[in-house]
Design a protein around this ligand. Structure first.
Ligand code: FAD
Ligand code: NAG
Ligand code: NAG
Ligand code: NAG
Length: 437
């Protein structure tokens, strides 16, 4: 079903996927676009991309996403995005104590980088401490048993600033934004249609109905509440984040360091010169918050419930610092939080119409914690779908999948090779004070 250029289009979510969609639709000539975001400003505090930085690395075990990231990196170098992209390189290693799974995953990433004709020129093997210090002299720690590779093709993006820039650009192009009270979407509204039902628009928490010919749900970890039909195709998952507050001198001394990642310990970035914050992330199997009735995990309702760093993650991050930047190993960790994203069991995105809704509603979800690097191009996945013959998603892996009602409980997503460790329930790791909220 063709949506015409002047039809009303509603986008739910003013995070990475929603903003990119607004930009791409607007550039394609759609003139009546409204974005609904529950926070009262952009970057929204609930967005997984409300952050200092995200890794932009093109090597994937799966060449499909490698090719896509190479396209995204080309777009990161265009004027709107370039101020937020920093090609510092990616120092990708394991420590000497890494489990076999981590070492094997590292080798597959390395093989991917070395296989790709555009990337391989930028890849340097790192056989040990000496090689690593050639790539990043500031890493003065002992780096015990570390090895891997350095890829100068990669880097990071300042995600919060990039969201703000696209927000301003979309506004300038005439996209309307409903934020806070007016932007919090309570429900998707359906009406009956010739065949089954179709989406007629959305209702916000303040009771207002906004009609639309097309609704794009880009609600990140909030998608399960709005589109329960997804079932266990998507669950909310989180990883923790923490920061060290540096002095001006320390920030300056670490300028230009690559994204430094030991698969078994976590990663950190070049410090942010505005705030002097050095961001750290321990990765791992992540945390879920499963509703026992449905088996579907949802992000907690309040930010306070996520404002902490699990004890084991703190230990791991201190180990990472001790091995790399030992003078920081005992510093206080600040701005600690769990950051929620929308996870699928195979790490593939979902970019498709809801079935049997007359092509009136698209879900853009399943970022699986690796979606920000696509920020400059992710909206084009939606405009491509709008142009698809028969409204059929031609990228089979991004199609809506009927979910298995029994799939909810098991060892969910543990098979994804690039994740180390099992997912834990939020209730099991919350500090006692926070759990009363
Ligand atoms: C710790 C961590 C590290 C990560 N590292 C990387 C990385 O290194 N590289 C990378 O590429 N990616 C990374 N990611 C993933 C990246 O952040 C996400 O892929 C990206 O933010 C997904 O965008 P999104 O728009 O789908 O969701 P979000 O950016 O989370 O945005 C969703 C928005 O929808 C809004 N919303 C939800 N429900 C409603 C509602 N009912 N009404 C109105 N608005 C609503 C929310 O407020 C939010 O602003 C990481 C994620 C985490 C958590
Ligand atoms: C956009 O669509 C809404 C909902 O149909 C409508 O009320 C509004 O007048 C439209 N705006 C423009 C500029 O066409
Ligand atoms: C959609 O309709 C088709 C054909 O009528 C049916 O087989 C399928 O189960 C429906 N899917 C959903 C999710 O309702
Ligand atoms: C992932 O879930 C889909 C259903 O949504 C299922 O068909 C598939 O087998 C699952 N894959 C894995 C690896 O568990």
């Amino acid at each position: 079903m063709g949506v015409s250029k002047s039809d009303a289009i509603v986008i739910v979510g003013g995070g990475a996927f929603g903003l990119s969609t607004a930009l791409h639709l607007s550039r394609k000539g759609y003139t009546n676009i409204s974005v609904f975001e529950k926070d009262d400003h952009i970057p929204p505090r609930f967005s997984a991309a409300n952050d200092l930085n995200k890794i932009v690395r093109a090597e994937y075990e799966d060449p499909f996403y490698t090719d896509l990231t190479i396209k995204a990196i080309a777009a990161w170098k265009t004027p709107l995005f370039a101020p937020h992209f920093h090609q510092t390189g990616f120092l990708h290693c394991v420590s000497g104590a890494a489990p076999k799974k981590a070492a094997e995953t590292l080798q597959r990433f390395r093989a991917s980088a070395e296989r790709n004709p555009q990337m391989k020129l930028h890849v340097v093997p790192l056989e040990g401490v000496e090689d690593i210090r050639q790539a990043a002299w500031q890493l003065t720690g002992q780096l015990p048993g570390w090895y891997g590779y350095f890829n100068r093709f990669d880097g990071y993006a300042h995600s919060g600033n990039a969201l703000a820039a696209v927000y301003r650009a979309a506004q300038a192009e005439g996209v309307r934004f409903f934020l806070g009270e007016q932007g919090a979407v309570d429900e998707i509204v359906y009406v009956s249609a010739l065949t089954g039902r179709k989406c007629a628009g959305i209702r916000t928490k303040n009771g207002r109905f906004h009609p639309s010919a097309l609704t794009v749900v880009a609600a990140g970890a909030g998608v399960g509440r709005l589109v329960p039909q997804l079932g266990t195709q998507v669950v909310a998952k989180s990883w923790s984040v923490a920061h060290v507050h540096l002095t001006d001198e320390e920030t300056s001394a670490l300028r230009g360091i690559p994204v430094t990642y030991a698969r078994d310990l976590g990663f950190f970035f070049e410090p942010d010169p505005k705030t002097n914050l050095l961001k750290l992330c321990p990765m791992g199997g992540g945390y879920i918050n499963t509703d026992p009735k449905t088996g579907v995990s949802h992000a907690p309702d309040t930010l306070q419930e996520s404002a902490f760093l699990p004890e084991d993650d703190e230990k791991q991050l201190r180990k990472l610092l001790a091995q790399t930047l030992p003078t920081l190993a005992d510093r206080p960790l600040v701005k600690k939080s769990l950051c929620w994203f929308a996870d699928t069991n195979d790490s593939d995105f979902i970019v498709d119409y809801l079935p049997n809704m007359s092509s009136s509603i698209i879900v853009l979800s399943g970022d699986s914690g690796h979606g920000f690097k696509m920020f400059p191009i992710v909206g084009s996945f939606v405009t491509d779908l709008l142009e698809a013959p028969d409204d059929k998603q031609s990228v089979v892996r991004w199609r809506w999948k009927e979910s298995d009602p029994d799939a909810g409980k098991g060892d969910w997503g543990g098979d994804v090779s690039w994740r180390l460790g099992e997912s834990k329930e939020l209730s099991a790791i919350m500090p006692p004070k926070a759990s009363k909220l």
